[in-house]
Design a protein. Structure first.
Length: 213
């Protein structure tokens, strides 16, 4: 199957780690087994400091992260079902966007997506997290990254809407966010339901305008 792209629909960008994929859960389980520890994901209540607290260093975290995606992708469970993502595809042109430096990860992500959801997707790897805002014609972004929320809230002319999925590392940010362009939800499933709802409302508004024209 080729790239799954539906023309004439607005683009929506969806993050991988922490949003589509339970990457951190798999990494912590892997680390605990290899080191006879009992860390939990709730310990990562701040991204950099939390990662260092659990894994010892950012270097060790990245080493295990690359190993997991390259050799043990089957251990990474999805946050949503194939049916939920398929429904989203009825309303949006889905682009999977991930902040990764190693270009080999495009292949790893595509294999993981195909194995878990049965589709090929357009994948965009960005070097900097804020490129998710600056690049692409995304109407909506579904993500869990605190810097994205802060950037969109502080952007005067940003037309993109971020649906921020609550995770341990962004809970403090969620409590402080006040902006029309950032909507906080409890899960990726809830984010997808909201995105579909927003698109349905948009289509209904267009239908009404066409009738009254």
């Amino acid at each position: 199957m080729g790239e799954f792209k539906i023309r004439g629909k607005p683009q929506i960008a969806i993050d991988v780690d922490g949003t589509l994929a339970k990457t951190m859960e798999a990494l912590i389980e892997k680390f605990n087994k290899e080191n006879n520890t009992n860390h939990t994901i709730d310990e990562i209540d701040n991204w950099d400091m939390g990662v260092i607290k659990v894994f010892g260093s950012l270097e060790k975290f990245l080493e295990m992260y690359n190993e997991l995606w390259e050799e043990e992708r089957e251990k990474i469970q999805p946050h949503i079902t194939r049916e939920q993502l398929k429904e989203l595809l009825e309303y949006y042109d889905v682009v999977v966007v991930s902040n990764r430096q190693d270009k080999r990860h495009e292949e790893f992500i595509q294999k993981w997506l195909k194995e878990n959801f049965g589709f090929d997707f357009k994948i965009v790897l960005v070097g900097e997290i804020l490129d998710k805002i600056n690049n692409g014609n995304y109407e909506l972004i579904i993500d869990d990254a605190p810097p994205l929320a802060e950037a969109i809230v502080n952007c005067n002319n940003c037309s993109k809407i971020l649906i921020l999925v609550e995770r341990p590392w962004n809970k403090n940010i969620i409590q402080k966010i006040k902006g029309e362009n950032v909507i906080c939800v409890k899960s990726t499933e809830e984010a997808i339901k909201l995105a579909i709802k927003l698109r349905k409302e948009q289509l209904e508004e267009k239908r009404k305008i066409a009738i009254n024209a």
